[in-house]
Design a protein around this ligand. Structure first.
Ligand SMILES: Cc1cc2nc3c(=O)[nH]c(=O)nc-3n(C[C@H](O)[C@H](O)[C@H](O)COP(=O)(O)OP(=O)(O)OC[C@H]3O[C@@H](n4cnc5c(N)ncnc54)[C@H](O)[C@@H]3O)c2cc1C
Ligand code: SF4
Length: 290
């Protein structure tokens, strides 16, 4: 059975089609995935970009689309972990991006084990795929668990220790003490004591997680709704709506909306897919087939 490189190494083409058919609604685009709306917006919440993810989580809790959300919160230094948020304060405390790969599946299984029925997750495309796979398996067992998936655009994640070393060497900044980190126009920016320290993201190559080179999905194609900064001006987030659940979260939200630069998202999506294809081709034959 052929693999669909666009959406991840673990998926076969018929798996992808089944997931899209079961959970998503809209027009299919090779670089953007299935979607019905694409725009740029800000929420008024001081988040990483337009605070849209936090606004969607608050909206979902208020409308009882879910009772609990798995979010990722920065911990001491430049570390992060998946945590459970059950109210607005806990959701607000998790605002902002930590550019690390954080696994959310153990927390999702923990919540399901506790008998929770309506759960939201915020995660990168690789974790979106894992969550969808679990959701599919649960459905086959006729489970009544509903999982809402908010996906984040993602080009790559970093190894915390190497990132710290490389940023120290290139910018002199100690990322462990950063108030905020962001990636903007190809630069990794550390905000620290009122100053900004930055370097080119491509100079941080050594710190990129090895597996990210093989990952083809930039805009979280299998999420209910995807959010990222690419395609939007500073302070805004790009939003891609992919399902009725995504629509429900957005309904009645008071957002300032403008057009997004769709071409920018397509460009990065194609770049990531081609990078993954190239990395796969360079693998020894035996590993590539595994
Ligand atoms: C590893 C990583 C790489 C990214 N790369 C890109 C990129 O290349 N281009 C791009 O346009 N956007 C990228 N993003 C997304 C971007 O940084 C913002 O998260 C997104 O624009 C949402 O902004 P917001 O203001 O709506 O979020 P906010 O309202 O501030 O909420 C942010 C949410 O993200 C969650 N979160 C924080 N860190 C993580 C994490 N490590 N894993 C999972 N969830 C997390 C928090 O739980 C919080 O709920 C990346 C995100 C991550 C985590
Ligand atoms: S690049 Fe892919 S594997 Fe790496 S964190 Fe992002 S989604 Fe996950």
């Amino acid at each position: 059975m052929p693999l669909d490189i666009r959406k991840g190494l673990v998926y076969r083409v018929d798996d992808i089609a089944r997931i899209e058919h079961e959970f998503l609604k809209g027009t299919k685009d090779d670089s953007l995935g299935v979607y019905s709306e694409l725009f740029s917006a800000k929420s008024g919440i001081d988040g990483q970009d337009g605070g849209i993810v936090t606004a969607l989580l608050i909206s979902g809790l208020k409308k009882s689309v879910f009772d609990v959300a798995i979010v990722v919160q920065r911990r001491e230094g430049y570390h992060a972990e998946a945590i459970i948020a059950e109210n607005i304060n806990e959701v607000m405390a998790a605002r902002g991006t930590t550019y690390l790969q954080v696994k959310i599946l153990p927390k999702l299984r923990e919540l399901i084990g506790q008998g929770k029925k309506k759960i939201a997750v915020v995660c990168t495309p690789c974790q979106v795929q894992a969550a969808r796979k679990l959701q599919q398996n649960l459905r086959r067992e006729a489970s009544d668990v509903e999982i809402t998936i908010i996906g984040l655009f993602c080009l790559e994640a970093f190894n915390s220790a190497t990132l710290k070393e490389e940023l120290q060497r290139l910018t002199g900044a100690d990322i462990d003490k950063a108030e905020k980190t962001k990636i903007h126009k190809g630069r990794f920016i550390v905000q620290l004591q009122g100053k900004e320290y930055s370097c080119k993201v491509k100079d941080l190559d050594k710190a990129v997680e090895k597996g990210c080179r093989y990952c083809p999905d930039f805009p979280a194609m299998l999420a209910d709704i995807s959010v990222g900064s690419v395609g939007s001006q500073n302070g805004y987030s790009t939003v891609i709506v992919r399902s009725d659940v995504g629509k429900k979260l957005l309904k009645d939200l008071n957002l300032a909306k403008v057009d997004a630069e769709k071409a920018e998202i397509i460009k990065l999506s194609k770049f990531k897919k081609e990078r993954a294809e190239k990395a796969l081709r360079s693998l020894p034959q035996k590993k590539a087939a595994a």
